[in-house]
Design a protein around this ligand. Sequence first.
Ligand SMILES: [Zn+2]
Length: 245
Amino acid sequence: MNNIERIEKLVVFQNLYNREKEIKNLYAEEEKKVDKFKQENDSLSFTKNEMTINVNEMNKKINEELGKRDEINKRINSLDEGKDKIKIARQIKSWEKEMEKQQQELSLIQAQIDYDTSKQLEIKNELEKILTKIEENSKKTEELENHINSITKEHKGELEEIESKKDQIRTDFDIQFIEYFESLLKKTNGFAIVEVDQDACAGCFTVLPTILQGELGESMKAEDIEIHQCPHCFRYLFYQSWFEK
Ligand SMILES: [Zn+2]
């Protein structure tokens, strides 16, 4: 394989790379959105788990408080039932004192129950919102993925063909060279090999040094043609007319 053939293959490789990119661009936006929704749902799920633990712990606490309230109510009832049996004034006084104490405890525990219940309700409402959001995100993700799938399905044959042609060309070059060329394709957004346009690199528009111009002429003999890079942007250079040789 001579250098003209090599250069021609690099141009074909570049065209394949760009066509592949063009197809992938058809759903690049959707892929970005899918990533965003998935990330958001990961962090929402984390919050959801923490809140669920919180709600369960509060359930436990409220149940304990309800148990205490039952105890107090029982004591109050039994005080009520025993009231008639008390005849002595001193005992009545101590009964009243005990009753007052129990009533106070009852109102304290009731206030605690009310507070914790409303707090728990707030968390439950927040949790409900998070669950709705997670569901919405999952639905949107699914729709986007269906859209992406329909595009990739439509272009499946072409993408496979591109990949196999690229693989074929890769075997024609040193692995190091082709890996470098591919990284250059990425870096230059698909323009790693460009034409020389009036002695300038068509990639970065820098006029090439005179010495390089001498080695790159349009009218060079096929066997003298070498693969050169622009000294400024490192893109590979060629003349379209070389391919007609
Ligand atoms: Zn350049």
